[in-house]
Write a protein that binds this ligand. Structure first.
Ligand code: PDD
Length: 290
């Protein structure tokens, strides 16, 4: 599909993505001064839309960037973009920056500078059957990010370096440790299974509050899978029976090798298969046919 048919949105206007433009003075470009969201869309219905819009509002609030839209306006913009694009299942990308001033200045511009709002969409690509069957390989690294990893900002250099570290090692994801504790992945949340119990760190300033993280914990609660939300030691990750990465686009995906060593028996395990099935069932009943 040529990019000219992909519809994007910039500052009040829907237009072909290939024609979308922002100024080089935009603070998103100059400083990484912006917030973003990635929202999966199934059968043209945006998954957990209220939660994504609320997380965006939270990021903007912490950045001291006045939210340019009320929740209902955001939802209308997103659904209009979905309607204007050709795919039933989409991944909507949404970004708000502090706008373009006439001079480069670290300090915030005055109220005359309006935020830049950009949205685009692409077909939703979830893991392939092959990736689900064998799981994926991950490496580990020290979490070199800042102390506000709970904010979904476009200042993503550390995440990009950490994801590239995985690619350089022929892997898909980097599992991050800070002071010998698990935080998350370069672009995903990470869950651990040990002796039949699902473990995940509590939300804090050291990790993104994942929308999929919440769904997985809700499903564990609903179906009675034993789980503990608590700090997880690096040693527990390294001796895990199963590891999963979760995100809006990867859903629930087994990590079957870490730093070249098998996780458990090196195959996707029963708890992950079960959670993946519950996730698909939830998605299909609540989203596609709900
Ligand atoms: N990333 N942690 C980090 C650092 C992430 O970048 C993401 C998602 C997640 C999972 O969050 P959610 O379940 O809400 O997708 C956790 C998106 C998909 C991205 O940057 O493309």
């Amino acid at each position: 599909m040529s990019s000219s048919v992909v519809t994007a949105y910039v500052d009040g206007r829907y237009l072909p993505l290939a024609e979308a433009r922002v100024s080089p003075m935009d603070r998103g470009f100059l400083f990484g001064d912006g917030a973003y969201e990635v929202i999966p869309v199934y059968s043209r219905r945006a998954f957990r839309l209220d939660e994504h819009v609320a997380r965006l509002a939270n990021t903007l609030g912490a950045m001291r960037l006045p939210n340019p839209h009320a929740a209902e306006e955001w939802k209308a913009l997103i659904l209009e973009l979905v309607a204007r694009n050709p795919w039933d299942d989409q991944s909507v990308y949404l970004q708000v920056t502090r706008g373009a001033d006439t001079k480069r200045n670290h300090a915030f511009p005055g109220p005359e500078v309006k935020p830049t709002v950009f949205l685009m969409s692409e077909p939703l690509v979830t893991p392939s059957a092959g990736q689900r069957a064998s799981g994926i390989a991950a490496v580990s690294a020290a979490d070199i990010r800042w102390l506000r990893c709970d904010l979904k900002t476009v200042s993503m250099l550390a995440n990009c370096l950490l994801r590239q570290h995985a690619i350089d090692h022929g892997c898909m994801e980097t599992v991050l440790f800070r002071d010998s504790f698990l935080t998350e992945g370069a672009a995903s949340s990470v869950f651990v299974c040990k002796d039949g119990v699902l473990l995940v760190p509590p939300k804090s300033h050291l990790m993104l509050p994942g929308i999929t993280y919440d769904v997985v914990l809700e499903l564990a609660r609903t179906h009675g899978m034993k789980h503990e939300v608590r700090e997880v030691l690096e040693a527990e990750v390294r001796s895990a029976d199963e590891l999963w990465m979760t995100s809006s686009t990867k859903e629930v995906l087994a990590i079957t090798t870490l730093d070249g060593r098998p996780v458990g028996d090196g195959k996707p395990g029963p708890m992950g298969r079960q959670m993946h099935a519950w996730y698909q069932d939830f998605k299909n009943t609540v989203m596609r046919n709900g």
